[in-house]
Design a protein around this ligand. Sequence first.
Ligand code: DC
Length: 220
Amino acid sequence: MKHAAVTIDGPAGSGKSTIARQVADRLGFVYLDTGALYRAAALAVDEAGADSTDGDACAEVVRRAGIGLEHGRVSMGGRDVTEAIRSHRISSLSSQIAVHPQVRDALLDLQRSFREKSPLVAEGRDTGSVVFPDADVKIYIDASAQERARRRHRELVSKGVDISYEKVLNDLKERDQRDATRSVAPLVVPQHAVVVDTTHLRIGEVISKVLKVVQDKLAD
Ligand code: DC
């Protein structure tokens, strides 16, 4: 059975994870963090020592990795990797392996399977364009690169990571470029998506705004 789907896409650091999690909570929907699946895939590739430029090799590792996502915890072959996938190294590797169509394909059924179980709020780069093109509501969250890098930098520093703002900004721009220019499922504003720019908004304001859009559309 296909349940209701709300998609929230946007670039790294746009605030979409916080927004998607809260909107899912408020609606009583499951929150599907598709980036976490790409991150788990990257961790699997890293641990296997596979060549990240080889799409077939990466996809093979990903298919065998036993990636799972339940109650906000990410697992790989039964091992909890929720924290391990959040490192700076895995952020970068996840966007490198996400360029391979074979890797995207290996994660597609897994992403779609969540909608068979319950209504969801899916968040990522292509959830409205590729994974759930027939979603009930599509949102695209944006913010300037500088603001997004400031947010990421603050988050990393609060976790005790020693990294400069400039490095975070450069890595983020590099990742944006890769995510937006890859030939398969690039980051795009999906058709019929409502665009919300969060650069000058507080998170609470964004959540209220997005919730209103979602509730109005779902009520239609
Ligand atoms: O949202 P995130 O930063 O956790 O995502 C990590 C990487 O995974 C991101 O740089 C690109 C990739 N990704 C993707 O290609 N498609 C998605 N739907 C989600 C993430």
